[in-house]
Unconditional design. Structure first.
Length: 338
């Protein structure tokens, strides 16, 4: 495994879970602080510009812990990889498609309790259930308003980016990346589904305000039912902005019956708290192939929780290199206090 200032180890308490830890003294956590709540343990470029069984390893849009503590890594070009939890080495790949056999713009991933995969695509958008070998088993309903215009009010390439399951396995959440037409700029909707007798029906919908100029590429449920939210943007000649927030939807207003969210009274948005701006992390000697506020940064849009160590969550991020020579497939290991 080709690492820079990092060692691959198992996350404490989880057999074969991934944690990239920065080499250094016992006080490395303080030295590697991104903020009072977040420290970076390490990064790895080992999979950058590689292939596995003829499939390009990259374009990663989502990560999830699988049942055997390996990693499931979803490419937005329809490839679903199984990665070794310790080394990140690819072990398997399955190609996904829609009902007509066409490729997906796959963005979100949940490994359900029976081992099947729930996958969101931002093309329509959609959420489908796939078997372990890539067969479509089910397709979840989607509100008309969230569909891409002209069928709905969503902008192209701005729909279901994040997908996560709340603890207990009864509530699925998909996050839009950008605002609907008619909603205020920066207000993104989170759609939920409730599990009833083995299938999912539409549930409540919530509103979240992203920072100016940023979208929401990923959400991940914490063990207590809150959400880790990635916000991301890109400015040519400057680089990426990536911020990690802790969000709590539990007292937010159900916005499923509100056509236009324009700041009206009585609508409680999801409360959020900044955990860290990733640009503030130490760069750990990383290099960038294009201008970045911090050479550690790239187009980060995948996230999963791999375990807990000493009261902090072990969080793994991955970047989407867009199969672009000036971008990098990079994995990042964080310790997050919530």
């Amino acid at each position: 495994m080709r690492l820079r200032n990092v060692l691959a180890t198992a996350a404490a308490g989880l057999a074969a879970a991934t944690c990239l830890t920065a080499a250094g003294p016992a006080n490395a956590q303080e030295n590697n602080a991104c903020s009072p709540s977040v420290s970076i343990e390490g990064y790895s470029d080992t999979l950058d510009k590689t292939t596995y069984e003829g499939s390009y390893v990259g374009n990663f849009s989502a990560l999830a812990m699988d049942r055997d503590s390996s990693l499931a890594a979803l490419s937005d070009r329809s490839s679903l990889f199984g990665l070794d939890g310790r080394t990140l080495a690819p072990k398997a790949v399955v190609q996904l498609a829609d009902e007509s056999g066409a490729a997906l713009d796959a963005e979100g991933l949940v490994v359900d309790r029976d081992g099947t995969y729930l996958v969101s695509s931002e093309t329509e958008p959609s959420v489908r259930r796939y078997s372990r070998d890539g067969r479509i088993l089910d397709r979840l309903p989607v509100p008309d308003a969230l569909r891409v215009a002209p069928a709905g009010r969503a902008v192209g390439n701005g729909t279901f980016e994040g997908l996560t399951m709340l603890p207990g396995g009864r509530t699925l959440i998909a996050s839009m990346e950008y605002a609907l037409s008619g909603d205020s700029a920066g207000i993104v909707r989170l759609q939920t589904w409730k599990r009833h007798h083995g299938s999912f029906a539409l549930g409540a919908q919530y509103a979240y305000r992203a920072d100016t100029g940023l979208g929401v590429p990923e959400v991940t449920a914490t063990p207590d039912g809150r959400l880790l939210v990635l916000e991301r943007g890109f400015t040519a000649g400057v680089g990426n902005t990536v911020r990690l927030y802790l969000a709590d939807p539990r007292r937010a207003t159900d916005t499923s019956g509100i056509d236009n969210l324009t700041g009206q009274d009585g609508v409680r948005l999801i409360k959020k708290t900044l955990l860290a701006d990733i640009a503030d992390c130490p760069d750990l000697g990383a290099t960038a192939k294009q201008p970045q506020p911090n050479p550690l940064l790239d187009n980060i849009e995948a996230m999963t929780i791999t375990g807990r160590t000493k009261g902090r969550l072990n969080v793994l991020l991955a970047s989407d290199d867009n199969q672009n020579a000036v971008q990098t497939t990079r994995f990042y290991s964080l310790r997050v206090r919530t």
